[in-house]
Design a protein around this ligand. Sequence first.
Ligand SMILES: [Cu+2]
Length: 544
Amino acid sequence: MFQLSLSSSWQKNALMSLLVVAPVTVACGSAKQVDEAGTGGKAATATGGQGVTSLGGSAGAGGTTASGSGGATSSGSGGAPAAGGSVAAGGTVNSAGGAFASGGKGGAASGGAGGAFGGAAGAGSQAGAHGLDHCVYGYDPEPSDATMKDGPAEFFPAGKSDPSIVDLTVQPEVLTWMRSHNWQAAHVEWHAIRTCNLPGGARGSMVNICQFTSMIPTDQNCQTTGDGYQFMLFHRHMLEALRQLWPKHSEQFTGFPKFPQSASDVPAQWRSAWKPFNATDLANAKIMDEIEKPDNLAMFPDEGALGFWLQCNMGTTIKGFSQKSSGLHGDLHAHWVRQGNTEHGVGNTQANIDNYMFWKLHGWMDTVWEKYRVAKGQKRTDAKYVADMQAQCHEMDIEADIAGRAAKPTTPTGPLPVESGFFHEKVRPIFESTANKCAGCHAETGPEALMSLGGHISSKDIVAGLVNKPAIGGGQYKRVDPGKPDQSWLYLKIVAMTNSCTPTSEGQCFTGPMPPSADGKTTVTAADAAIVRQWILDGAPGPQ
Ligand SMILES: [Cu+2]
């Protein structure tokens, strides 16, 4: 299924501009959290030790308890391992001793979660090959570093080889490692837990992650600059861990040196499908590529503001920062979607970290962030930064641990029913057209906004997921309100008429048009929009 393909000249360029970065990881936010750490910290110190010494031992059990019996127990689970931890800490003075101390710090930084979080962190910590806490000491290289291929690997769905749908993943050895360490699932839960306190509740969690109440960060998705900071830290943690595991192949985990401007800036497999970014994206990207210029630096009071501006849906506003977010992150994701080949797609929320372009785009944002930090005189050795990186690493370990017990998502392969009717014949093809590519992100597996618009799924199921279902990000609206296109979020999004959205206790308002378009204008043709409108006017009937 995987064939190596190495686009050597492009890749050498990327390699040459590889930013050399010291391995450290992540982040956690507010002053409030750090204060509470006093209590959490203690448990964390002890627990960190436990986790390191006996991987999945009693500390692991702490995590399990929490997941089995729900919210209330999660704080208990933090306390318990603490005791065991101190034993371990006392026992192994030399090699592990250092790890405990810093493990404790990591826990402390993430203290918002208190004992439970610290405890779980110890539990989930995956020791590197050398047996120390990788959150502190990093990972040793994988044996496959010696033999793995360079560059992206080509991926085709079973039985297909059409070059126009080739997708690019990181090398198979990396995919295997990430799967066995539950990284894909942990990434899902990391994002999901940051929506627990938002209208509509957790989005996309496969394990009801919000039951771990003590782990829920106060900084919720795109609500604060603290969240922007954590976003940058967490993705950097993953980038750095991968570079530690495969140091000879760090190119795979290093971003575009600059925002891609033309087909020659992307791997060969993507060149024929190259589409220019629109002027708004390019202007914003220029600010990022020249972030060290005083005017550009001055736009962002701190790195969290920068993270927010890069990460969040276009046009989002938050308190305490005057700039509306750029939506660059989402636009970059959408740009590399391979419709009809989404198993490892950059738009597949359950598997996007498999994708080679995921690391190119996140790596680019990471490079921008680093330039910002350097320009501001911030150092990799700053104590807060070090603690924040470790906290993100520990959080990911816990989430990997919890997620590892859940059923793994599988890509459906069975035959689809034969269907007909207006939706199936006229509407669905709009979602699946190569111009719109809706089904590249809203596919059958891991769909954005938990809404499928195509892929290996019946039209019956697509319609069932739309009609009278609340819109995620559409405030008071349903996805499709039969007979009422102007009250149907699906329609309002594709015609870019979303201003009437009002946030409710059930839904926020993500008002950017779909497909994503940084200039706020629709890219769906009037003829296509009219077909969708007609279907809704007719009562949004399912297929025959
Ligand atoms: Cu992510």
